[in-house]
Design a protein around this ligand. Sequence first.
Ligand code: TLP
Length: 346
Amino acid sequence: MNFIDLRSDTVTQPTPEMRQAMAQAPVGDDVYGEDPTVNRLQELAASMTGKEAGLFVPSGTMGNLSAILAHCGRGDEVIMGAQAHTFLYEGGGISALGGVHSHQVQEQPDGSLAFEDLTAAIRPDDAHQPPTRLIEIENTHNRCGGTYQTPEYMRRLGEFAHERGILVHLDGARIFNAAVAQGVDVKELTGPVDSLTFCLSKGLSAPVGSVVCGTREFVRRAHRIRKQVGGGMRQAGILAAAGIVALEKMVSRLGEDHARARKLAAGLREVRGLRLGEGHPATNMVFFDLAEEVPMSAKDVAEKMKARGVLVGVTGARRFRLVTHCWIDDAGVEQAVAAFRDVLAA
Ligand code: TLP
């Protein structure tokens, strides 16, 4: 069966143009810095995000790990949201491997971190407490519903942190979704931060990889950490070639995914037994719950959806996440809504 896979935008497969670019990519040994395609991707990523340098890494998780460990030493503290991907889904790597202490602040519903909460979380200069070195912000914010932060918020956050001698790292796994949704150049979102990770393998459809960007000096340190965690790759240009196509060809179409997410949400809102929050999805994610009267769990419903050819993400006992991406067309959206209607009517 050919599934309509709405579990994540990570399920996207390389486009025919990517496969062709991969087959033809000139390659070299990237541990020696000699892979021309990796170098081209890194330069392109840095120039698009307005940073001095970029570093190709196998995953968003390794990108955030390398960046945070490049900024923080053992015992230093990073402030991040309680729903941050780095806190919830990266295996505690920053603590396990880097001895970095994390301090959670509850996000606002839109995924932002409130300045009064950040002010309260910053440690005084006191030997009892770990020094606050870094703030991490996620944009778009996955668990907060694919919400985005504005250029104005990012600018204020940068100023707030820098005035206090603190650095900012952006988990921008989906930063291009945030930029496209607001119709702004991505540099308006990345300019104020000291470093960022963004992913090629989510909505941009590349098979593997993320890029960490920042100053040349920061990237030199992140590069060493990438090596320490085994992320030094050899003829990685094969993968980077798809990343170049992702950046050149796949960014501008992300708005289609956002429009389909709105269409999906509108359809699901009409299905008895589902509860969607007010307003439109901000980008490509639709989160919703089962109504109280539904006797099934989200897992039960997901199994029945699967039997109807639709894969959905389950993020809680009665909660779902559906993510649109370039492999989901209008017919897929309609089929997903119809399948929910069918399952919940049964
Ligand atoms: N997110 C995945 C899952 O791990 C939840 C998904 O399906 O959305 N930052 C953010 C905001 C992410 O959403 C993800 C992946 C990552 C980092 C990590 O990227 P990878 O999976 O490449 O390590």
